[in-house]
Structures are given as C-alpha cells and as structure tokens.
Design a protein around this ligand. Structure first.
Ligand code: CO
Length: 515
C-alpha cells in the first residue's frame, strides 16, 4: 500500500483520489498499437505464459462529440501476450458496422443504450429504435474463436493474432438477427454432463411483462450441446449470472421499464429503467438440463424473494446438500443515468457502494439468509477458474482505497471466505485499477497464481499492467508493465494459456505445447 506523503497529502487530504485525475482515464484512445513492452518495473514471471484479452470502451467521443456514458463507447480489445518473461501489447477497435459508419461519417449516427443521443434534440431521435452493436463488454477465446461480447446483440469474431475483426458471429446459426447473447459466460470447469470436460454456459433474455431466459451450453470445441428456456414473470434487466453443477442462478433486480420517453426521443432505453427499492429482488434458479436441445422449455424455475438492492455481478455460487450459496456485489440502489448529467462529474459520495453479500438458499424449505461479507466498496469479482460453481475460499475484487464509503476502484482486494482475512494492494492516490483476472500458476493451492489488472496512472497519463502474486497481495505488484499510452477504463477480460504473438524465433507459439 502506498503512503501519502508531502505534496500529495495536501492534494489528496480528504480523499485517496482526485476527480480530475480519475476523469482523464476516460479520454478516448484513438491510436492502435503493436509493440513489445520494454518499460518494466520488476520482473515478468517466466512461467506466466499466454494471452490476456481485455475489452472496454476505447472511444468516449466520436470526432469530438462526447458520448453520454462510457457504456456507450465502441469496444476496443487489448491483447497482452506473455512468453519467456516478456510481454507484447496490441490494441484494435472492434470494427462493428456502427463503428465503421460513424468513423466514416465523423459524427454520432446512433442512439446509445446509456443516454447517448444523436445531435438535433428529441425530434432527431424519436422513433429511431436502431441498435448499434458496440461489442464492448467482454472478450473470450473459446472453441478456437475470439469473440467480443455485448449483451444486446450477437458477438463479433476477431483474429486472435492480429485482432482484425472478422465480422458478426451467429454461433453456427444459433443466433437469429436481433437475438442477444449475454456478455457474462461462465466456464463450468468439469461439467458432469460433458464427461468431466469443461463447458461454456451463457444466456440471453427477451424481456417483457414476463421474460424468456434461454441458456446455451457449449463444449470446448465451441459446439452447442444444450439449449433450454424458461419464462419468468416480470421484466428482467440482468447483466450477469452464476452457475452450479445443477443450476443457473439469476438475480432479477426490482426495476420497472417505461419505454415511452425513449420512443419519443427524450432519453435512451437504459434511462427508462427505474429501480424499485420497495420491491424484493427475485433469485431465479433455472435447473440445468441434461440432454435437451432445441428451443423447448426445461424444468420449471425455482424463485426466491429477498431484499437485496441492485446486482450487476456475481462472484460465484455453489451447492452443499440442500443449500445453495450465491455471492454477489449488491448496491442499495441503481444510480440512474440522467439525461442532462455528466458522468465525469460523478459525486462518488452521493452514490451507494457495491458491497459483497452472501445469500444462502435452502432448496427444500425455501428459506433464505443473507449476510454482508465485505462492506468496502468493490466490483469486478474474480475467482480461480477451477472453482467456478464449486465451494471456494478466495474472491479477488477491484475495490476502493478506503474501507468505507463509495469511491473509484484504486485497490485490489483478496477476501478469504474461510478465515475472513483480507489482503489489499492499493494504487492510490494516482492509480485507478480495473478488473483483476486470476491466472492459475499450477494445480497447487487455490491462491497460487497471478492477478493481472490494468491500472491507469494519472501521474504520467499512462496505464500499466500490474502483475500481483495472488498469495501475497500486500507486497504489491511483482511487476508493473508500463504501456506507452493510457487505456481507457475497461470492463471485462479473460486469460487463455495460448500465446498468439509472433516471436523472433518460431512464429506462433502455444504455451500448452511448448511450456
Ligand atoms: Co459485467
């Protein structure tokens, strides 16, 4: 943890951050780069091998016209490849149809879900229901495909070596035009319906007065092996889910949706969603099906009600006998994106922090217990990949520097769910962290591995990749890999042991084969 000293104590006397510093992490990155990272503090572990892919909004403006919210920004993929103690950086925009059109036109042509409007006021926006697929939320390498995900539309496929956009991908005809595909797939590490092989589980939701949840399960070749649906009462605004060997778990946030102002051009679709604090959250368990294929309904969902606030992300879930546990980041309320507000002027203290809660469901009696596990403001949870859906001990999160209150993420927090111990590394006062991605080191202890996170360093307006030893966060990064530029705050990423960068010696490398 950094100690505040001298001049910094004066500047950051009341907070661990300054809003001016934080804002600059939301400048667009318009250039695309391709280089070996030479500016390294510390040492890149020689046994860290593979590629970190990361997605997030790269453009926060179109030719100087500012977007209303970062979630409306065009997706930009970063790939950081590790081999033999060296690291290579590359970033490319996902060349979606909308990105190409707007870059050619040099102006905003589409309304965004989170408040971006076309210039010209409500008349210019009324009754324009076209959706711009911005492919900006997550990126996964599965079944030989690199896919950039955005929940309201189909994925975009990219070349994992060059990050060239290959085009929208309908997953071998699975997705029809207009179908969504969530940005939060979960990888079941050892699915017993797949002979113990891993499978990727994802969902899509068609919201309405009642909402249709469809679950897709893919084997490691990327082939669809199971698909089943369930209709659940009420409107569903759901970003993430969790899995166990027998269930897909959703928290159906208490919101209402009034599309009229959107239709009339006054605001975006996302701004028509209103949090209903007096309503309970529904926990929806959809049983995972053994052999169903096609679009038929599966076994009925089990629905529980609980007071929980609003949830974007889950840490994990697991079953023990009749008890199912879900760990989630909960907010007391959903901050609304006001049409005339500027996100860069966010008053952090006026908002409720995300906090880690544990829900324990008795599947026989329907009883629920909930418990606050961590009150420090936190987000972007990550766990060991072999513990997904299984009882687990460690959660890793991006968190605030201070133990109380709402603030930007400046620290990486490790929560030991068994001993209740904590470890923390803070990049404050001038560093702002992103999602920590856990990379296992071997088949050893659950925390034997590294955490990779991109940090925006406001002291030099550049970003660095921090490599942390997950078994000892308190000691700080074992390496900081400084990029030549900043990378705007991102959303989600994933690690694959394959290394796609060309080395001077042997062309494409595969760590699995060579490592
Ligand atoms: Co997310």
């Amino acid at each position: 943890m950094q100690i505040l000293t001298g001049k910094q104590t004066a500047t950051y006397a009341t907070h661990s951050y300054s809003r001016e510093d934080w804002q600059r992490g939301y400048n667009s990155l318009k250039e695309e780069f391709d280089y070996w990272i030479e500016d390294v503090d510390g040492k890149v572990p020689s046994d860290l091998c593979g590629t970190l892919f990361r997605n997030g909004p790269g453009l926060l403006d179109i030719n100087g016209e500012r977007l209303h919210h970062p979630f409306d920004g065009d997706g930009m993929i970063c790939a950081i490849s590790f081999k033999n103690g060296r690291a290579h950086f590359r970033n490319r925009f996902v060349r979606t149809e909308g990105y190409c059109q707007e870059q050619k036109a040099g102006r905003i042509l589409y309304r965004g879900v989170f408040g971006t409007q076309k210039p010209g006021g409500w008349l210019a926006n009324a009754f324009d229901f076209r959706l711009k697929n911005i492919a900006n939320t997550h990126v996964i390498y599965w079944g030989g495909k690199l896919l950039a995900l955005w929940e309201a539309a189909e994925p975009y496929r990219l070349d994992p070596s060059t990050l060239d956009t290959l085009g929208p991908d309908d997953l071998d005809g699975l997705l029809k035009p207009g179908d969504g595909f969530a940005a939060h797939p979960r990888i079941d590490p050892g699915c017993d319906r797949n002979g113990g092989q891993p499978c990727l589980v994802n969902f899509s939701i068609k919201p309405g007065l009642s909402s249709r949840f469809t679950i897709y399960e893919f084997n490691s070749m990327g082939k669809l092996v199971r698909q089943y649906s369930q209709v659940v009462p009420g409107f569903a605004f759901i970003h993430d889910f969790a899995i166990t060997p027998h269930y897909c778990i959703f928290l159906q946030n208490p919101v209402s949706f009034n599309p009229l102002p959107y239709a009339l051009g006054f605001c975006s679709a996302g701004q028509c969603i209103t949090f209903q604090p007096d309503q309970p959250t529904r926990i929806v368990l959809i049983p995972r099906q053994a052999g169903i294929e096609g679009r038929q309904l599966g076994e009925p969902a089990k629905i529980f009600e609980v007071a929980s606030g609003f949830v974007f992300h889950h840490v994990n879930a697991f079953e023990q006998g009749n008890q199912l546990t879900v760990d989630s980041i909960c907010y007391a309320s959903l901050p609304s994106v006001e049409p005339d507000a500027d996100y860069r002027q966010t008053d952090f203290e006026a908002l409720s922090p995300g906090q880690l809660w544990r829900f324990q469901l008795n599947l026989e009696t329907g009883e629920i217990q909930r418990q606050l596990v961590e009150s420090r403001c936190c987000e972007f949870p990550s766990v060991h990949p072999s513990k997904v859906g299984q009882p687990y001990r460690y959660a890793y999160l991006a968190a605030a520097h201070a133990p109380q209150g709402n603030a930007p993420n400046q620290a990486i927090l490790k929560v030991d769910l068994k001993s209740d111990d904590r470890q923390l590394w803070s990049a404050a006062p001038r560093g702002y962290v992103g999602e920590p991605v856990f990379v296992p080191r071997s088949s050893g202890a659950e925390d034997e591995g590294w955490l990779l996170t991109l940090v925006f360093d406001a002291s030099c307006d550049r970003s660095y990749l921090a490599i942390l030893d997950a078994s000892n966060l308190n000691q700080g990064p074992i390496a900081r890999l400084y990029l030549k530029h900043h990378v705007p705050y991102g959303l989600h990423g994933s690690f694959t042991p394959q290394c796609f960068v060309e080395s001077q010696v042997s062309g494409l490398l595969n760590c699995d084969l060579e490592g």
